[in-house]
Design a protein around this ligand. Structure first.
Ligand code: BDR
Ligand code: CA
Length: 306
């Protein structure tokens, strides 16, 4: 069984990714980033998820702000509370007192070569951990990141995807210090939308997780409908499918990826060296295509709809 360490900013699609993780793997810790909404909310939502999963995972609060410049959240998509303003009861559990960045360092020291690191939010905590302990990558055999827009079709500014655009300096630290990671980007997410009617049928399953997800995703499903999107797009869930079922990847390319920090129009863009012009070695395995049926099966199982 895989053991996961998940850095996340829940968030409606983060929530689905976490349900998938609990269904198929062992979750050693949740380190929490600010992003979709403020840190108070993302921590609260992570604690709610741990309770729903009936797990005992420690939750570590991380940085409340990006490393350098303030950034706007995505409450207009995820709701002011990050969980669709569904009026959920507060969780009983509390977060651990250890900072997320320190927990990432400690947990990987305690279990060297054993943890898969999954990053589903802005990379602030991971960047800080790397600066505190540059040997971190040596202990982590696999890092999967949801982030970026590999041909420049972003979802925040024209070229920037949210997780990278929220904290470009943090992404720069991670992309330049981590020798080899897997990247699941926004454009792959768009190619793997899920038919909304099919998705909504799963949400009627007689399972606490389906009921929970029906409630927290109501707002975002309305958002998709308003925009005429045929499918439900769940970025973090796609990244988690790659984590849990590596063989579901049908097409991937190894390339060098850098983060633009200063462009007037392009701050937060991921610049992919598709044609080897930079002469720099590939740092990323960019996932381009996954098996849609396997991806959807993992989601159905996580919702108890199988
Ligand atoms: C990413 O940004 C967040 O809004 C989602 O949770 C996902 O991690 C998609 O761009
Ligand atoms: Ca996220």
């Amino acid at each position: 069984e895989q053991v996961l360490l998940i850095d996340t900013d829940p968030g409606v699609d983060d929530a689905l990714a976490l349900l998938m993780a609990y269904e198929r793997a062992n979750v050693a810790g949740l380190s929490i980033a600010a992003g979709n909404v403020g840190l108070q909310h993302t921590v609260t939502n992570a604690l709610r998820l741990v309770e729903l999963a009936g797990a005992d995972t420690p939750v570590y609060a991380g940085c409340a702000e990006p490393l350098v410049l303030p950034a706007a959240d995505a409450a207009f998509v995820h709701g002011a509370d990050g969980f669709g303003d569904a009026g959920l009861a507060p969780p009983q559990r509390r977060a651990d007192s250890e900072h997320a960045a320190l927990a990432l360092i400690r947990l990987t020291r305690e279990r060297p070569q054993q943890l898969t690191l999954v990053a589903l939010g802005p990379l602030t905590n991971l960047a800080l951990a790397l600066r505190l302990d540059p040997t971190l990558p040596q202990r982590v055999p696999r890092l999967v990141i949801m982030g970026g827009a590999v041909t420049g079709r972003g979802n925040t500014t024209v070229p920037a995807e949210f997780n990278i655009g929220f904290d470009p300096e943090a992404a720069h630290v991670v992309f330049s210090a981590w020798p080899q990671f897997e990247l699941v980007d926004w454009e792959a997410t768009l190619r793997h939308g899920i038919d909304l009617q099919r998705f909504e049928a799963w949400l009627t399953a007689d399972d606490a997780r389906a009921r929970f997800y029906e409630a927290i995703s109501r707002k975002i499903r309305g958002f998709h409908r308003e925009r005429g999107r045929p499918g439900m797009v769940v970025a973090d869930a796609l990244a988690m499918a790659v984590v849990l079922d590596p063989d579901c990847v049908q097409r991937a390319e190894h390339r060098h990826v850098a983060v633009e920090l200063s462009g007037g129009l392009t701050r937060g863009a991921t610049v992919v060296d598709w044609d080897g012009r930079s002469g720099r070695p590939a740092n990323a395995r960019i996932v381009l295509e996954v098996d849609q049926a396997r991806f959807e099966a993992l989601i159905r199982q996580a919702l108890g709809a199988d």
